[in-house]
Ligand binder design. Structure first.
Ligand SMILES: [Zn+2]
Length: 450
C-alpha cells in the first residue's frame, strides 16, 4: 500500500484489506542487494538453543536475539518506529487533502466538468473518479515519494531506481481508475436507486467486489507489477510439496515472484482463493534462506490455507463493511446538513460527496487500526504454530524471524505490539519456536531414539 491509497482512497482501503497482504508480497529483496538493516544469517544454533537436559525456552530465545548486531537492531527499530508516525501523517495529510477538495469546492467543480462532458450518470461518476484520482495523486505525491521511495532507499529496502518506481506508481494509478471506477459506479448506482436503504445494499456490493478483487488479483493484478512463474527447482519444491501432501493440501505447483524488482524484503504469501489459490515464495527468500528456513515459512503459508484464514477474514470484513456503511450513512447525513450547501454537494447520491465519504472512512480506518492488526496478528500466530508443527524446524523458523526483523522491530513492548503489529514480533516468534522445541526435545537428541 502506498500513502496515496492509505490517505485518500479510503473506500478501497476498507474493502481491499483482503488483498493488502497479498499486494505487499510484491515487495521482496533483489539479487545481490543487501539491506542496510541486514540481519545475520545464523549458521549454527546458539549453544543455549542446543538440545540438552536443561533446555530453557527463554534462554534459547535470548541467545538467538543476542546474535543480532546492535546497529542492525537499531536501524530496524528506527525504520519500524518511523512507520508508527507515518500512520498518523498519512491520515492527517489525507484528511487535509479531502477537506481542501470540499472547502475550495474543487470536488463540486470536478462534478460540474463531468456533467458537461456527458449526460449519462454512470459515465459522469467514472469521469469524476478519474479526475479525483489524478488530483489526489498529484497532491499526495510529496508524501508518497518520501515514504515509498526515499525512505525505503535510506534503509536499503528498495531496489528500484526512480524511473521504474514512477512507472509502478502510474500502473497503480491506472489499476485504481479501472477497478475503483467500476466500484464507485456500482455504489453510486445503488445510492441513487435505493436512497433509504442504500447502506445495506452498498455494503453487500462492496463486499462482493472485495471478494472478486481478491479472486482475480493473483492472476490479473499482481502480474502487472511482477513476474510470477512456477518454481522448477526440485531441491526446494520437493520438500514443500511433500509437506503439503502430508497435510492434505492438494498443491501441484509452488510459484516464485521476482519481488527483488522492487525491494530486498524476504516474504512468501498465499493469495487468492478457490481455483486461484496459490503459494508463492519471493526470490529474496529463495536466494537468502536455507531449506531449513524456507520449510517453516511455507508451512506457515499452508497454515493460512488449512485453517481457513481467507474465509475467516472474509467474514470479518463483511461485519466491518456492514457496520462501517451504517456509521457512514449517519455521518454523511449529519455533515451534509451542516456543510452540504457550502460545499455545493446536492446529497449522498451526488458524486461530489466522495471526498467526504473517504474522509469519514479514513477516520474509521485510523481508529480501527489496532483491531485490524490484532485480527491479522491472531491468524498469523496460528499460522506460525502450524508451520513449526508441519516442518518441525524450530531453528529454521527462529532464523526466519531474525531475517524478517530487517523491516520489523524484534522486541516491542506489549502495548506497542498490540497496536502496531500485524504479525507477532520477532521475539514472540522465536520464543514460540523455542517453546515448541522444548516440548519436542526428543526429536533433536538422536541418542534417545531406539
Ligand atoms: Zn502469514
Amino acid at each position: 500500500m502506498n500513502i496515496r491509497k492509505a490517505s485518500c482512497i479510503g473506500l478501497l482501503v476498507l474493502i481491499s484489506s483482503l488483498t493488502i497482504s497479498t499486494a505487499q508480497a510484491k515487495q521482496g529483496p533483489g539479487p545481490g542487494a543487501q539491506p542496510a538493516t541486514a540481519m545475520p544469517s545464523v549458521l549454527s544454533v546458539p549453544p543455549a538453543a542446543q538440545p540438552s537436559a536443561n533446555f530453557n525456552a527463554d534462554a534459547a530465545t535470548d541467545a538467538y536475539l543476542a546474535q543480532i548486531p546492535a546497529d542492525a537492531s537499531a536501524k530496524s527499530d528506527a525504520y519500524f518506529e518511523g512507520g508508527y508516525w507515518l500512520i498518523l501523517w498519512d491520515f492527517l495529510y489525507g484528511a487535509v487533502v479531502c477537506l481542501l477538495l470540499l472547502n475550495l469546492r474543487w470536488s463540486a467543480g470536478m462534478r460540474n466538468l463531468a456533467e458537461r462532458i456527458t449526460r449519462f450518470k454512470p459515465l459522469q461518476t467514472l469521469i469524476y473518479w478519474a479526475e479525483y484520482l489524478v488530483v489526489t495523486f498529484i497532491l499526495g505525491f510529496p508524501l508518497a515519494v518520501y515514504e515509498g521511495y526515499f525512505r525505503e532507499h535510506k534503509y536499503g529496502l528498495a531496489t528500484q531506481t526512480f524511473g521504474p518506481w514512477m512507472g509502478d506508481q502510474f500502473k497503480d494509478l491506472l489499476v485504481g481508475i479501472v477497478l475503483g471506477g467500476i466500484l464507485v459506479m456500482l455504489l453510486f448506482g445503488v445510492v441513487r436507486r435505493l436512497p433509504r436503504t442504500w447502506h445495506i445494499w452498498a455494503a453487500l456490493v462492496a463486499f462482493i467486489f472485495a471478494m472478486f478483487t481478491a479472486l482475480i488479483a493473483p492472476v490479473f493484478i499482481f502480474p502487472i507489477f511482477n513476474k510470477i512463474t512456477p518454481l522448477n527447482d526440485p531441491k526446494i519444491t520437493q520438500p514443500i510439496l511433500s509437506m503439503a501432501h502430508a497435510n492434505g493440501i492438494p498443491a501441484k505447483d509452488v510459484y516464485e515472484i521476482d519481488a527483488s524488482r522492487q525491494s530486498t524484503r524476504m516474504s512468501a504469501n498465499v493469495s487468492g482463493f478457490g481455483s486461484t489459490m496459490r503459494i508463492t515464495l519471493n526470490d529474496n527468500l529463495l536466494r537468502r534462506a536455507s531449506p531449513e528456513e524456507i520449510q517453516p515459512v511455507m508451512g506457515h503459508e499452508m497454515g493460512h490455507y488449512v485453517l481457513h484464514h481467507i474465509y475467516k477474514d472474509m467474514l470479518f470484513i463483511l461485519v466491518v463493511i456492514v457496520v462501517g456503511f451504517s456509521l457512514l450513512r449517519w455521518s454523511l447525513d449529519w455533515s451534509l446538513k451542516r456543510w452540504g450547501e457550502k460545499w455545493q454537494i446536492r446529497g449522498v447520491g451526488d458524486i461530489a460527496v466522495l471526498p467526504l465519504v473517504l474522509l469519514i472512512l479514513s477516520i474509521f480506518g485510523f481508529v480501527f487500526t489496532p483491531i485490524q492488526n490484532t485480527q491479522t496478528r491472531t491468524n498469523e500466530h496460528e499460522a506460525d504454530m502450524y508451520g513449526i508443527n508441519a516442518s518441525r524446524q524450530p531453528d529454521g523458523f527462529a532464523q526466519a524471524a531474525i531475517h524478517l526483523g530487517e523491516y520489523r522491530k524484534m522486541s516491542p513492548g506489549p502495548v506497542e505490539e498490540w497496536i502496531f503489529f500485524d504479525h507477532p514480533s520477532g521475539r514472540h516468534r522465536i520464543h514460540d519456536a523455542m517453546q515448541w522445541k522444548a516440548e519436542n526435545l526428543k526429536l533433536f537428541t538422536p541418542q534417545s531414539n531406539p
